[in-house]
Design a protein around this ligand. Structure first.
Ligand code: TA6
Length: 298
C-alpha cells in the first residue's frame, strides 16, 4: 500500500493541504474544496495552476478544478428553472460554491489510494439568495488516477434544479499543438457567436479563443499532447455535456490572474450538467457528477 503525507499550507489567504505519495502530489484549498494542482512524480503537471494565481478569500483561484454549483457560468444564460432557484441580487459567475470555505470531513486510505471528503454545510439552506436544502459533498480519490465526485442530495420538500461543472484546467505543452478527441460529430453551442448551435467536424484543435458547450457527450474525452507525448483521459459519469475553454491572446490579457501568454499552457474541459443536461432533484433524490482523470504516454 502506498504511503501518503499530508501537510497543511497557507497560500495567500487560503488554507490548503498538500498531499503527496511516492507517485503523485495534490494541492487542495479549503475554499471551494478546490484542487489547485495535481502532478505525477517525474511528469509535467496534469492540472494547471496559473503562474499569476491570486489566493484570496471570496475569489476562485485560476487553477485546478473549481466547482461550479448550483449554476454554471452566467446565471442569465441558464434555463429558467435554474434561474428561478436564485433570489439574490447580483448572481456571481459559476455559482456560489467555488468561493466559500468547505468543511474537510476526512482524509483516509482506501485500497491502494487515498479518499478525501468535503462538504459545503451552507448548501443546506444558508447560501445567500439560494434558500434550498441540499447536502453537497465532493469526494476526491487519488490512486493511479484522480477521481472527483460531486454529489447533491435534495434534503428539502420541494424540487431543486441546478446546473454545474467540474471546471478542470489541464496543463498542456502548447495548446496550439494539442487536440481534444471524443467530440467528433457532436453538436455544440458556440457561445462566442451568439450561442449558435453547430456541429463539430473532426477532433477539436485550437486556433483562437474557444468557449463551447458540447452536447450529448460520450463518457470519454481525451487530450492528445504530442509534444509531451501523452494522452490525458477524462472519464465522466452523471454528465452528458462538457464545456471546452481557452481564452487565447486578448481574453488572457484581461484576466488579472493569468500571464499574458498563460493561455498557451492550459485548456479547460469541464465535465458538466449544463444547457439541456440539467439536474432536477426531487425531494430526497441525489445526483453525482464525476470525472476520472488518467494519463498515458503515447
Ligand atoms: O467555462 C468557460 C467560462 O465560463 C468562460 O466563459 C470563462 O469566462 C471561464 O469560464 C472562466 O470564468 P471565471 O469566472 O473563472 O473567470
Amino acid at each position: 500500500m502506498a504511503t501518503f503525507q499530508v501537510v497543511t499550507e497557507q497560500h495567500g489567504e487560503l488554507n490548503c493541504w498538500r498531499i503527496s505519495s511516492d507517485r503523485a502530489e495534490l494541492l487542495i484549498a479549503q475554499q471551494g474544496a478546490q484542487i489547485l494542482s495535481y502532478q505525477r512524480v517525474g511528469e509535467p503537471p496534469l492540472l494547471w495552476l496559473s503562474d499569476q494565481a491570486i489566493f484570496r478569500h471570496g475569489k476562485s483561484v485560476r487553477a485546478g478544478v473549481p466547482v461550479c454549483w448550483p449554476w454554471f457560468g452566467n446565471l442569465q444564460r441558464n434555463p429558467q428553472a435554474v434561474q428561478a432557484m436564485y433570489h439574490g441580487e447580483q448572481a456571481p459567475a459559476h455559482g456560489l460554491a467555488r468561493s466559500r470555505d468547505w468543511q474537510l470531513l476526512g482524509i483516509e486510505k482506501a485500497g491502494n489510494g487515498l479518499r478525501i471528503e468535503f462538504q459545503l454545510p451552507e448548501a443546506q439552506g444558508d447560501l445567500p439568495g439560494w434558500p434550498h436544502e441540499v447536502e453537497l459533498k465532493l469526494v476526491v480519490e487519488l490512486d493511479e488516477a484522480l477521481k472527483l465526485n460531486l454529489t447533491s442530495r435534495n434534503m428539502g420538500n420541494t424540487p431543486v434544479t441546478i446546473s454545474q461543472a467540474l471546471h478542470s484546467y489541464f496543463a498542456v505543452s502548447d495548446v496550439r499543438q494539442a487536440r481534444v478527441e471524443g467530440v467528433e460529430g457532436l453538436g455544440y453551442i458556440e457561445t462566442l457567436a451568439d450561442w449558435e448551435q453547430r456541429e463539430q467536424q473532426g477532433a477539436l484543435a485550437f486556433a483562437g479563443e474557444t468557449d463551447r458547450i458540447y452536447l450529448a457527450t460520450p463518457q470519454t474525452l481525451s487530450i492528445v499532447d504530442p509534444h509531451w507525448n501523452r494522452r490525458i483521459t477524462l472519464t465522466s459519469s452523471g454528465s452528458r455535456s462538457a464545456v471546452i475553454w481557452n481564452p487565447w491572446t486578448e481574453r488572457a490579457k484581461e484576466l488579472a490572474d493569468m500571464a499574458d501568454d498563460g493561455w498557451q499552457r492550459m485548456l479547460c474541459i469541464e465535465t458538466a450538467n449544463v444547457w439541456n443536461d440539467l439536474v432536477e432533484l426531487k425531494p430526497g433524490a441525489s445526483h453525482s457528477l464525476g470525472v476520472q482523470i488518467g494519463c498515458e504516454m503515447i
